[in-house]
Design a protein around this ligand. Structure first.
Ligand code: ATP
Ligand code: LTN
Length: 334
């Protein structure tokens, strides 16, 4: 790889990808891939920490890979692969488990949330999720992890684990930084704008997915919860609904929030919501067409995965061999 900084990120193939996932993560990766050595993963191992239907998981994995490419991730420029194809992720996670404390896992916000949501399935994988994520990141000597704000705590854990390992053995891992975009790092639910838009939300109207059709997108934005005021102004605390729509508009049009506020001065919410929906439709339509084209070409996608796993493995095993040596394992003769 060229001598550039490394970025690594991933999304779980757990269902329909939302515009939150796109704006908080994937969209930023597409610009960053020009500047960094970029590695993007479909994190299927993470996804089975909550119940999945096997046939759907397989379909979601192909769908998500096709979406990555449709959004502009280029398999020539970036390494695109599926996490379970590179066993070094689980191998490193095991070692990192031994420098991670149960107490710190118990404090993870996402773990606590998921325990509440999936009270009938609080499995060890759910608790160990952040350690596997640390392994994903540290295996590639990652400098920067571009994610939405909800993942910040996990990236911080990866930093702590890296530092702890480096101190206990000797410098081994790059200590990664978290990167979140200025606008779009936390897109809110359209129905409950104080809560994050999440692909597992049961209320369909709360979530706009990357593959929603035009009418659906328009309808969801028209029904978006705002407030009893009439002014289009950014104020996340007092006007969360309107502020969320402004953020979405800004991300899709490339206009600043201030420019958008000026544009909608004196206009009603109806007009504003229509314009936001139109901007989203314009942004996602070409991606949808590409995704539908690419997903049909299984031979191509399988080739991308094969090549991605090969390139990722080479980097990953370099780090894993080093880790095994440091902890005192006998080097494997290859
Ligand atoms: P789930 O509902 O299944 O937990 P999710 O929608 O939270 O899923 P993830 O797969 O956990 O999605 O997240 C993938 C990436 O998208 C992460 O970088 C995450 O920070 C980002 N992301 C998720 N939701 C949002 C959001 N509402 N706004 C901005 N970024 C988001
Ligand atoms: N936990 C992340 C997905 C994820 C990830 C990663 C993101 C798994 N491994 C490594 C960045 C780097 C989420 O979005 N839920």
């Amino acid at each position: 790889m060229e001598n550039k900084k490394v970025i690594f990120s991933g999304v779980q193939p757990t269902g329909k990808i939302t515009i939150g996932n796109y704006l908080g993560a994937i969209k930023n990766w597409t610009t960053m891939q020009e500047e960094f050595n970029s590695i993007f993963c479909v994190v299927d191992l993470h996804s089975i920490t909550v119940n999945q239907v096997p046939a759907e998981l397989r379909k979601n994995t192909f769908d998500l890979l096709a979406l990555y490419i449709a959004c502009g991730l280029d398999p020539q420029k970036s390494i695109l692969f599926v996490q379970s194809h590179v066993p070094a992720h689980t191998e490193l996670a095991w070692v990192l488990n031994t420098v991670t404390m149960v107490g710190e896992m118990n404090r993870m916000t996402q773990f606590k949330d998921k325990c509440r949501k999936h009270a009938d399935n609080i499995n060890m994988g759910l608790m160990d999720y952040p350690v596997l994520m640390a392994a994903d990141i540290l295996l590639y000597q990652t400098d920067l992890v571009p994610v939405g704000i909800d993942q910040k705590q996990h990236v911080e854990l990866a930093r702590d684990v890296a530092q702890r390992f480096n101190n206990k053995y000797s410098p081994t891992f790059v200590v990664p930084e978290c990167y979140t975009p200025k606008v779009g790092a936390k897109i809110m639910s359209l129905q409950e704008p104080t809560a994050k838009m999440s692909k597992s939300d049961e209320n369909e109207n709360a979530v706009v997915t990357m593959l929603d059709d035009k009418d659906t997108i328009m309808r969801k934005f028209k029904r978006a919860v705002t407030d009893s005021d009439t002014v289009v102004r950014f104020d996340a605390e007092n006007k969360p609904g309107v502020s969320n729509l402004l953020s979405i508009y800004s991300c899709f049009t490339g206009k600043s929030i201030a420019e958008a506020e000026v544009e909608f001065e004196g206009k009603g919410y109806g007009d504003f919501k229509t314009k936001v929906a139109e901007a989203v439709i314009e942004g996602v339509s070409p991606i949808q067409a590409e995704q539908q084209r690419i997903v049909k070409d299984k031979a191509y996608l399988e080739e991308v995965l094969k090549d991605g796993a090969y390139r990722a493995s080479k980097l990953a095993y370099k780090t894993l061999d080093k880790v095994y040596r440091k902890v005192g394992f006998i080097p494997r003769v290859r």
